[in-house]
Ligand binder design. Structure first.
Ligand SMILES: Cc1cc2nc3c(=O)[nH]c(=O)nc-3n(C[C@H](O)[C@H](O)[C@H](O)COP(=O)(O)OP(=O)(O)OC[C@H]3O[C@@H](n4cnc5c(N)ncnc54)[C@H](O)[C@@H]3O)c2cc1C
Ligand code: FES
Length: 560
């Protein structure tokens, strides 16, 4: 742009960012890229068609190389003062702009990401202004170093600690390094927890599906039954974390392929068997089948416990919030807290219709009775004439935001919420409004998790998951099952990546770089193996795949 421009705290006048979810904001007000990198990529990619702003930057600069500029460096340019906050966000947009899909991965692997400024003093800047360094960031960690520390394998602990000492580093990157540090201390199962929570789960106890036997069936209400599963030889099953789920592949198919469904474990974590509790849905294929066919002695195919909706152990208060059959994962957490004889303050908040409908009332009462500091609110929306307030329930009406507001929950609490989608939305809102840190309000959806498609289709598709509209004509090489969406689709020779296939089926997915760098698309694989092309910059955690750069090698079942 010709002439002086006013640089404000959030962006440059007349030169805003395209995708404000992934870019922009105070920490990413101005994106900087270097002329020297233009020359480098022209040579590397054999191109001579670059134009100014090719790399999506706001400032194209002569000098300031990524391997010299440090996070926290301060510069005066024209009338404004800037501070370096973080490297570029790896996003597919740079690949689109460059017509080079691998570009996001190349910027990282070649150590030339570019970086962001925050604006310390607003002022005007114009082409030709001198860049004057006012100070060097503490720890003198360069942009290239810090980018490699997050994205490339290794993450040495002393370097992560060094990065965390840089005050100017953006909160988003600090959060990633904190997660890496925590996982180094807990020796988590691999993958990059700095980039995705999907890597925070330990490696699954077995791969694929294993046959387990139903040892007990227990009716919990008119519509919910519990099924206890044990190994065929009676050996103890591997311990699951409180809040994890298992996945069943039932011995029948429906129009959408094999019946694969996921159920949270409702029993005590660490017991020798697994208990699930299944609500019979009207016309529900899997729940209906289980309610009709599952009797003691029946063998079922079961994938190992997975999931990251798990109870974090530590000293802080815990709020367990559920409605209806959403009680299952938080009941497992309550079992765990009781087994630990926790001294933590625990809130048990549950909503049901009435005493015919409420689940595990006796079990919950017994567990809460063992805790030293437990507070209970059980809300009945339609109490029976025989239901006694103070005995069967504490409050008439729904478990609502208004009730939560009266509880005066401490802001250092961690909340775990499970129930219908609208209920969870309300609870998340009121819990964060009550002062809980959003990162400590955790939810489990009994269906597909929300998608994330940066800057492409606001709100995603309205269509329910379906078979792809165009199937192609190559021979079928494998099937891909999306377990949360209850859909199995054929994958044909030379077919799309798993990410593209999911998109063609309107299965909600999360992604950003689409080329194996950012790990936003990391997903648990319940069974099967994949082939990568291109190879990811860092491998996902064991038992997970990166959807954007993989295709099935065998039939694959994904936790999507
Ligand atoms: C992480 C996770 C944990 C879970 N934990 C539990 C748990 O602990 N307990 C539990 O009960 N569930 C749990 N679920 C949900 C479970 O996986 C299944 O989605 C649920 O059992 C319904 O499956 P289904 O095959 O019976 O219903 P589906 O056949 O998949 O049908 C889904 C819904 O559509 C409706 N439907 C089906 N056919 C029609 C039609 N022709 N017309 C109109 N409506 C129709 C059904 O009534 C049902 O409500 C969990 C899910 C996830 C992802
Ligand atoms: S979308 Fe970035 S790794 Fe797949």
């Amino acid at each position: 742009m010709a002439g002086p421009r006013l640089v404000r705290r959030l962006n440059i006048e007349g030169d805003g960012q395209g995708d404000l979810a992934g870019h922009g904001g105070e920490q990413r007000a101005v994106m900087v890229y270097q002329l020297d990198s233009y020359r480098y990529w022209q040579e590397q990619l054999g191109r001579d068609d670059f134009v100014m702003g090719q790399f999506g930057e706001n400032f194209t600069v002569d000098g300031l190389p990524d391997d010299e500029v440090c996070i926290g460096d301060r510069y005066r340019i024209g009338g404004a003062v800037f501070e370096v906050t973080q490297p570029r966000v790896t996003c597919y947009r740079v690949g689109l702009r460059m017509q080079e899909p691998r570009m996001a991965a190349l910027l990282v692997s070649h150590g030339r990401p570019g970086f962001y400024f925050r604006v310390l003093t607003e002022g005007t800047v114009q082409a030709g202004d001198e860049i004057v360094r006012l100070g060097t960031g503490p720890e003198t960690m360069t942009v290239a170093e810090i980018d490699a520390l997050l994205y490339l394998p290794g993450h040495p602990k002393d370097q992560v600690e060094r990065a965390l000492r840089i005050e100017a580093l953006s909160p988003g990157w600090k959060g990633s390094f904190e997660a890496l540090l925590e996982s180094a201390q807990s020796a988590a199962g691999g993958g990059n927890v700095g980039l995705t929570a999907a890597a925070a789960s330990p490696a699954p106890a077995w791969t694929g599906f294993q046959r387990l036997r139903v040892s007990r069936v227990q009716a919990e209400s008119d519509t919910v039954s519990s099924y206890t599963l044990q190994t065929l030889d009676g050996a103890a099953l591997p311990a699951a974390l409180a809040g994890q789920f298992i996945t069943l592949r039932l011995p029948r198919e429906d129009a959408d392929g094999p019946l694969i469904r996921t159920y949270s474990l409702s029993g005590a974590p660490g017991s020798a068997d697994y208990r699930i509790s299944v609500k019979r849905e009207p016309r529900g294929a899997a729940s209906g089948w289980l309610h009709h066919h599952a009797i003691a002695g029946l063998e079922l195919e079961v994938a190992a416990p997975r999931g990251v909706f798990t109870l974090a152990e530590g000293p802080g208060p815990v709020v367990l919030v559920s409605a209806g059959v959403g009680i299952t994962p938080v009941l497992a957490m309550l079992h765990r807290l009781a087994a630990l004889q926790t001294q933590r303050r625990v809130w048990w908040l549950h909503g049901a219709r009435n005493s015919d409908d409420v689940l595990f009332a006796g079990e919950v009462r017994d567990l809460l009775g063992t805790l030293s500091d437990a507070r209970v609110r059980v809300c009945f929306s339609r109490p029976l004439p025989t239901d006694r307030i103070g005995e069967d329930y504490t409050d008439a009406g729904r478990l609502s935001a208004d009730l939560i507001r009266t509880l005066d929950l401490p802001s250092d609490a961690t909340a775990y919420v499970c129930g219908p989608a609208a209920f969870m939305d309300d609870m998340v809102q009121v819990l964060t409004d009550s002062g809980l840190d959003a990162a400590r309000v955790r939810t489990e959806a009994f269906g597909a998790a929300a998608g994330m498609t940066p800057g492409v289709v606001a709100g995603g598709s309205e269509r329910a998951p379906h078979l792809p509209d165009r199937q192609g004509d190559g021979p079928v090489r494998a099937t891909v099952s999306f377990s949360r969406s209850g859909l199995t689709v054929p994958w044909r020779a030379d077919g799309p990546t798993l990410l593209e296939l999911a998109e063609a089926c309107d299965v909600p997915v999360r992604w950003s770089c689409r080329t194996g760098v950012c790990h936003n698309c990391e997903t648990a694989t319940l069974s099967g193996t994949v082939v990568y092309s291109p190879e990811p910059v860092e491998e996902p955690a064991p038992g997970n795949v990166l959807l954007c750069c993989s295709r099935p090698r065998t039939d694959v079942v994904l936790d999507l």
